[in-house]
Design a protein around this ligand. Sequence first.
Ligand SMILES: [Zn+2]
Ligand SMILES: [Zn+2]
Length: 218
Amino acid sequence: MSNNLKDEILELLWSLREKGSKSYMDIIEGISDSDNDTSDIMRKMEKAGLIRIIGDDVELTEKGEARSRDLTRRHRLAERLFYDVLEVGMEESEFAACEIEHFLSPHVTDSVCSFLGHPPTCPHGKPIPRGKCCSRYKADIKPLVMQLKELEVGSEARIVFIVPSDDTRLERLASMGIIPGSIIRLRQKRPSYVLEIDETSLALDSLIAEEIYVKEQV
Ligand SMILES: [Zn+2]
Ligand SMILES: [Zn+2]
């Protein structure tokens, strides 16, 4: 069975579930593969114990769920890597993520996650399933990207990405010049965060400092 198509279906099941759907037809419509018969592959996946087809619904089995979670995690981390760090365009990032997700080992995936400061969402705002690395205290990999709160006072950094808890906040930050690519200098952390962007000082509350991911300038 085509492994890539199987993986694609598993990932689609994950994102459909996030939208509250497990409809068989949504999968057929979501997979546009003219060379393969999607329903045929799904029957094989059911035999392999990855999914359960119940009437018009498709559910992940425990085995399918684990595989689907891994794929989604790798895909969304790869998007962060290509889009935010390597600054490849969104379309190309998406393509690269689809390729790379099939062969990243668990160890490499956790390294990428650590390197990116354990981002909670992909560039589209979808949650990245957490890995073992995200809960471990000991940092064995020096992160390239870190939360603003980890930056030392006096350091200069470039904003790599922002994961706002709500979208209105993103607009408000943008109106202050806090957008990916901006160079900031951290002036103080207490009692509130004070940043400098182009000679302008801005005060932020500490919650926001957890949502801004930066790369230190050296
Ligand atoms: Zn995404
Ligand atoms: Zn992590």
